[in-house]
Design a binder for this molecule. Structure first.
Ligand SMILES: [Zn+2]
Length: 81
């Protein structure tokens, strides 16, 4: 079975359109539930736009080192390289 392209840990349950743009990724049930998107993609948004994003973007999570992290933590990673 294919891995989730968001956390790269769990098996995906299906392909869905990303909330961040016009493309599709494989997501697992947990990432789906946590409103997660790939860390690298959210980092790109932060590097390009900083906090100047829609509120729903700040509600996204990303999977990192075994846990789901939120906007403020993702921002630290994005801005510290
Ligand atoms: Zn996942």
């Amino acid at each position: 079975m294919d891995k989730c392209e968001c956390c790269n840990v769990n098996d995906s349950v299906g392909v869905a359109s990303s909330t961040l743009g016009g493309f599709s990724l494989r997501y697992c049930a947990e990432c789906n539930r946590k409103n997660a998107e790939p860390l690298g993609m959210i980092c790109h948004i932060i590097q390009d736009f900083g906090d100047d994003v829609a509120e729903w973007v700040k509600d996204l999570t990303a999977f990192h080192n075994g846990e789901y992290i939120h906007w403020d933590e993702i921002k630290k990673i994005a801005l510290n390289g």
